[in-house]
Design a protein around this ligand. Structure first.
Ligand code: FRU
Length: 315
């Protein structure tokens, strides 16, 4: 074949591929009866990547649903404008996992008052102006972690608490639940800091704790990246064998692996709720009523039970 003919054949091939891709997209759009806007506060943490994957896996089963994703990159102002953009674009429903409660409350309330159903996922907003909230009970998880730690340490010892972002509701609840869980014991919290859910912050805070306190028995971190950051700081100081670590999230490829390796004494599961968000979105779009508050269950994972699928927290 002459070079010119080859080039023509190649160009025709490309044009055909493009055409069929466009036709495919048009078919998708035609099939999708509903557009859902999914506002994620960040995709820098494994748990959030998992949440979007859970949303997508469930949504992909429903040709009538098209999900548009926005990532606010951990910026509440950007996330507020994403919600406003969804409203302007006329989406049929919004799912939001908000970074912080206060700054995301007005845009969520505005969308809801305009008649757009809003599902709030994992972190809460303030007030009642949304359609439904889906998430696990963070206070219960914090309380269970506290009680577990009391038993693990035989009722006494020195603790470090590395908190999640305290302007977000899971951070507040995981703290207050934990305080309840250790109440009356001989445990003492020597050092507490807000690591804002981020592993590098947890590592830095733990370095300060290690520099100040000779005897630390356990670190309670509000998520597994935080617990892992603390572990790395302790390891760098040669003190990881003397300290126990407890975290929250228990993703199969993160916290559950750490628990199995013995790096974490325990990880408490925080389900993403991605599947349940889509299930409830479909109900709402079909005009059916849903519960205002949907509470997901959690399990605790330790080296002893991880292969058996963990153990459910009691109700
Ligand atoms: C991810 C994350 C999780 C945590 C959740 C709380 O951004 O920090 O690790 O469990 O958010 O909202």
């Amino acid at each position: 074949m002459k070079t010119g003919t080859k080039a023509l054949t190649w160009a025709a091939g490309c044009a055909l591929t493009l055409l069929s891709a466009n036709l495919g997209r048009a078919a998708d759009a035609a099939a999708a009866k509903w557009t859902v806007g999914m506002s994620q506060c960040n995709l820098g943490e494994p748990w959030r990547v998992q949440m979007n994957a859970d949303v997508k896996r469930e949504a992909d089963k429903h040709a009538e649903l098209k999900v548009v994703y926005k990532d606010a990159q951990n910026d509440s102002l950007r996330q507020a404008s994403h919600v406003e953009e969804f409203v302007r674009a006329g989406v049929n429903l919004i799912i939001i996992s908000p970074k912080e409660a206060a700054p995301l409350t007005p845009p969520v309330a505005a969308a809801f008052k305009k008649g757009i159903p809003v599902i709030v996922l994992d972190r809460r907003v303030l007030g009642q102006d949304y359609t439904c909230f889906i998430g696990a009970d963070n206070k219960k998880i914090g309380r269970a972690a506290g009680r577990y730690i009391v038993t693990l340490l035989g009722g006494k010892g020195n603790l470090v608490e590395l908190k999640g972002l305290m302007t977000s509701t899971p951070g507040q609840d995981r703290h207050s639940g934990f305080v309840e869980g250790i109440k009356g014991s001989g445990l003492q919290v020597l050092f507490e800091a807000d690591m804002k859910w981020l592993e590098p912050n947890a590592r830095t805070e733990m370095e300060s704790a290690l520099a100040r306190f000779k005897q630390i028995d356990l670190v309670y971190a509000h998520n597994d990246p935080g617990a892992h950051g603390a572990y790395l700081a302790a390891k760098a100081a040669g003190r990881e064998q003397q300290i126990k670590f407890v975290g929250i999230d228990a993703l199969p490829h993160e916290g559950q692996v750490y628990a199995k390796q013995g790096l974490l004494a325990a990880s408490f599961e925080y389900p993403t709720g991605g599947r349940e968000a889509i299930e409830n979105a479909l109900e709402i779009l079909a005009g059916k009523p849903v519960q205002k508050e949907i509470t997901l269950r959690s399990r605790v994972f330790t080296a002893a039970n991880v292969d058996k699928g963990g153990e459910w927290l009691e109700d």
